[in-house]
Design a protein around this ligand. Sequence first.
Ligand code: FAD
Length: 472
Amino acid sequence: MTDGETQLIEAARQRLGPKAVVTDPREIEPWTTDWRGRVHGAAPAMLSPASTDEVVEIVRLAAELRVPLVPQGGNTGMAAGATPPADGSAILLSMRRMNRIRSLSAENRVAVAEAGVVLATLHDAAHEIGMRFPLTLGARGSCTIGGLTSTNAGGTQVLKFGTMRSLVAGVEAVLSDGSVHSGLSGLKKDNRGYSIDQLLIGAEGTLGVITAVALRLVPAVAARAVAWAAVESPERALDLLRFLEARTSAIEGFELVPEDSLALVLKHVPNTRAPLTGEHRWHILVESATADAQHDIGAELERLLGLALQQGIIGDAALASNEAQAEAFWKLRDSISEAERAEGQTLAHDISVPVADMPRFIVDASAEVERRFPGVIASGFGHLGDGNIHFHVRAGSHAAADWYSQEGEAITRFVDDLVTAAGGSISAEHGVGQLKRAEFARLAPPGRIHALRAIKQALDPLGIMNPGKLVP
Ligand SMILES: Cc1cc2nc3c(=O)[nH]c(=O)nc-3n(C[C@H](O)[C@H](O)[C@H](O)COP(=O)(O)OP(=O)(O)OC[C@H]3O[C@@H](n4cnc5c(N)ncnc54)[C@H](O)[C@@H]3O)c2cc1C
């Protein structure tokens, strides 16, 4: 432990009380490894402020003593952005005690939630006043508003509502000198120059500590319809999306599932069954929703899928007849990564390319990867309508036990090169963190890197805000 860390821990204990300072390694340890269990860090202490004022105290001390801080929410991030360095040279700043919903207004359609509020808690609170926060994802039971904002998270409803960037109305954050940026007024219009809020969204804790966020709400869902459809190719899948979007504004979710991913789920995940009979190469999970109780959303989706069938866009379809069946359809989609893990080693890439190019990209890139690395199986699934898929490469059945460590880097570089050549992004949703920093540095245009470094230097000249993350 450095002298600065010892002094910071002692001063924090005196000023914030013992509750805010954890030094027992057994309590810290679960928070020093990333969610995927790939990156292991260490920290001599975990500070847990309960208010914005306490965050200010900590950041001022950290700046004075030159001790880096690693902000952390639910630690569910996919890029190891919340994992401290392995040499123990930074202090963890857990935001989970800042878990108050400060206000919730159906009239303003805004909720102000502290950074440590868990997403599912916000969903429940909004529901109680007849409203909804329309972003959801698999980690909703543990990820926090601060983490979601800091990674500009997406999820399954981006098609209609956008990522966190479109859902955040303002941010309150403590900057690296201890000053507070207060952007919580929720103004719809505010053109006073650079948007500090937007800079902090997706900054992964490298520019400041987010303490609270104003979030846009929409009316609660009165009814939803979920269907499973079979298509011949990713091109036809995109045709289906455009066909539906031209006839209704209710489509919220549109997920592509290749046949072999579905087969793995059926093989490894208990209590799952195929929604359709027969052989199909590609599948689509589609969800539409309405806030209008008079809108027969199920009948509408059924009619539109019937038309799509007549026009040869889809080969077959099944509409979930109740909520249990709707959940069963979603379980098939949500279990793909779990099924792949049960099958063997998998390399995951969260990538995007322009939406119209995605169908061809999936087919061509899979073929190129399989040709270049014989024996592997490549496929893409997920948020086709956002031009964002999870491009996964699985080790073949004869792969060595150390396939991941031996081949992983070369395969990832190959995939990232294909994505970059297609004008895409090597991180669509998950951020850069530690895991994608080297690839980001290798492939990002020089102008982008220059701007990132200049912003970081301007807002965090001492380099105490989550160093070693995002900025190459
Ligand atoms: C099962 C599962 C499914 C997922 N599905 C999706 C998905 O569909 N779409 C998607 O986009 N993501 C998905 N994710 C990842 C998603 O990015 C995280 O769940 C979430 O955004 C991070 O929230 P967190 O509170 O866990 O943040 P953490 O993991 O704790 O932190 C993430 C980053 O934010 C920073 N940070 C955290 N809190 C603050 C704060 N208050 N101030 C400043 N910086 C902060 C950290 O330093 C780190 O860089 C999924 C994750 C899991 C485990």
